[in-house]
Design a protein around this ligand. Sequence first.
Ligand code: ATP
Length: 271
Amino acid sequence: MDILKVTDVDVSYGAIHALKNVNITVKENSITTILGSNGGGKSTLLKSISRLLPLNNGSIEFEDKDITKLSPEKVTQMGIIHVPEGRQIFGDITVYENLMIGAFTVKKGMVSLENIHQDAMTPRIKKLIETNKTSEEEVLLTRKEIIHNNLMRVYDYFPVLKERKDQVAMSLSGGEQQMLAIGRALMGTPKLLILDEPSLGLAPLIVKNIFNILKQLRNDGITILIVEQNALQTLKIADYAYVIRIGDIIKQGKASDMINDPELLEAYLGK
Ligand code: ATP
């Protein structure tokens, strides 16, 4: 199933025509990537999806609902969570406080049993599961329970954030700050996690580590849309890829095919 459909999306900044009738789809439970060199329109496309930019034309559907006219807050609540380029974490508050900011849109809701962390299993939740008659798959948790569950899961993905939870965020390394930015997004229970250049400025080993976590997130049911200049490494973890150049999608296909396409790598991605 397609979780996201972007149809004929057209965006300008004054006289600069940044996106020209762009069409992309993102399959549920995939890692989909948008590749391309500087200024191609990658960030603009992501901002259009999370509704940070007005469209000249076109529509955006998420889980079969038209979100074209919705606010960024509303689409965040629906489960589209954007980690912007440059991370934008708050340096002078703690790691824990940054994570809690990511939870601000969380409301009570159904959580599938497989997504409940052992350390978040309170006696109340255990009892709920035992007496669960309506569904065997999920239970209704309070906002507080969901936030605690999300926090336990974030600490599992990124143990360093647990170790450093009381440190101010500016004391983290670049890689740890990127982990914090992703962890903060996970606190909002994303269905579609949007990442803008998460590898920017990071050492190759750290990028590998973060990309491994992205694969794990996809395996745990989160759909990922990622913009990257680091084409080769991204194609290795992605399922499907688009290449954008000066506002046009010029190529698309399975990531596994693209990685073996020397013409593409050379002509468009500078490899
Ligand atoms: P990069 O990797 O350098 O961020 P990108 O592929 O993400 O590149 P965009 O940032 O989406 O590209 O930019 C697409 C085009 O729109 C470029 O020509 C850029 O200069 C222009 N642009 C982006 N943001 C603005 C803005 N706020 N005002 C005016 N022009 C902009």
